[in-house]
Design a protein around this ligand. Structure first.
Ligand SMILES: [Cu+2]
Length: 212
């Protein structure tokens, strides 16, 4: 009966039916588009004694979803002393979604099974990626909406040189005007300015600009 009715439907009015199917597909795609679902931009499975994967790379402003189907409770806890995020218990069958507004490297662990460790890596962004001396290159280190209480420390590696301190900012981005040709690299980390010992994250993955 099911097969026959489907056959009848397909032969009854092919044009309108195909349009309806196309509309349904569009609706389904919209339902699973990034940002509309509960799932994050990247998924970390909590599987004792590991976070899988152990290292996750996302863009500034994207989110990570810790998913636990392991049969036991785990936690997602930002490492001391930065404490970028507090312990969050994730019972089996549940998940925990967290957005990262800053570039940097953020290590975490399970507070229940401390051998479970992982890292979220958020690269700096550079735009454009190539240009001429004197051009304006924008180095972006955080999203528009970001938790307060953090500065961003930016380092630069000039052509032929090593990593050197460059700028400390509390905004989204800063502009670089190269005075020489070659490849320049940038990386950054956050500093928690509200704590006395000013703990920092690890440095972000770096990004390069090519000046000709
Ligand atoms: Cu655990």
């Amino acid at each position: 009966m099911v097969r026959r009715s489907l056959h009848d439907v397909l032969n009854a009015s092919r044009g309108p039916r195909l349009a309806a199917v196309a509309a349904l597909i569009v609706a389904l795609l919209a339902a699973v588009a990034p940002g509309t679902a509960d799932a994050g931009d990247a998924t970390i499975h909590m599987v004792y004694p590991h976070f899988v994967p152990a290292i996750t790379t996302i863009a500034i402003g994207q989110s990570v979803d810790w998913v636990n189907n392991n049969g036991i409770t785990h936690t997602s806890t930002g490492d001391d002393p930065l404490d970028f995020w507090a312990r969050h218990d994730v019972p089996t069958g549940t998940d925990f979604d967290l957005a990262f507004a800053y570039a940097g490297s953020f290590s975490f662990h399970c507070s229940i099974h401390t051998i479970m460790t992982g890292t979220i890596r958020v690269p700096v962004q550079v735009s454009p990626s190539s240009g001429a001396t004197g051009d304006a290159f924008t180095i972006t280190v955080r999203s528009f909406v970001a938790p307060a209480g953090f500065d961003t420390i930016i380092q630069i590696k000039r052509p032929g040189g090593s990593w050197k301190p460059w700028r400390k900012i509390n905004g989204q981005s800063t502009v670089f005007h190269p005075q020489q040709t070659g490849t320049f690299h940038f990386r950054s980390k956050v500093e928690r300015i509200t704590l006395g010992d000013s703990p920092t994250s690890g440095f972000s993955p770096s990004r390069a600009i090519h000046v000709h």
